[in-house]
Ligand binder design. Sequence first.
Ligand code: MN
Length: 312
Amino acid sequence: MSHPDAQSSGAPTNPIGIHAGVWVGDWTPASAEYAIRESARAGFDLIEIPVRDPRTTDLALTRHLLADHGIDAVVSLALGAHLDINTEDAASSDRGERMLDDAITFARGVGASYIGGVLYSKMAKYTHAATPASRNNSLAVLRRVAAKAEDAGIRLGMEYVNRYESNLLNTARQTVDFIAELGADNVLLHIDTFHANLEETDQATAVRDAGDLLGYIHAAENHRGYLGSGSIDWPGLFRQLVLSGFTGPITFESFSSDIVSQETSDDIGLWRNLWDDPADLARSANDFLRTGLAAAHRAHAQLSPRPLVSTH
Ligand code: MN
């Protein structure tokens, strides 16, 4: 679905998504039904679903709910501390690789063609820098996983995160180098504005550095609350996305400990809540992203040479 503001400018529209964590902290049939229904009702084109055990989740139900409500899904994953592949510990690496394989099974089962997140290391604070051996192990695992994903028609997004949540990929530039070394066509770069805010010169620089590899964006405020209520330079980001011709998904990400699990809250350092009404938050984010993108497209069109129009 596309938004009237963007249509009136004749500009291509990015699919706009929402993280399931705005609505639910698990993926029971009732949670899946609620999260997918509310995402569609709030006007989103897609929902991002954190991976669950494909052996114990009703994947067909999710697929059918998505079809019924007319929205798409992507899958996300952040490797836990015992699942690190950015390591010289073979047992941890094996567990992490099995988790990544499960993510492919889950994504295929729900009909998603993108898995993004912290797929290359654990998402946790390291107490040391990555070693050449741990980095090479991550690359070797991801080459095998990318080949399986390719066979399943799935692309993988490497979401770089801030220095406190990984020691391996903290900037777009590092991620471009990592993906080049990985050498698989179905591996893309995933920018999260919250993480970029901590590590990059600015949001536009991150987008420029990502170049043609940019596949997906997490839109999150610097404090991870309502979009537009913090210090992220959204106009600068939208302007650069338009200049770069980025047409991929932009997904709103925000969490409340009242909704997500204790484990998730602990993993991401969610010690205070910035909202209490998920439906209001979701509608606000959807409007903010579509309005901002449409404005950037209009400004770009006004600056660009007009096509010659016959006057007779
Ligand atoms: Mn993110």
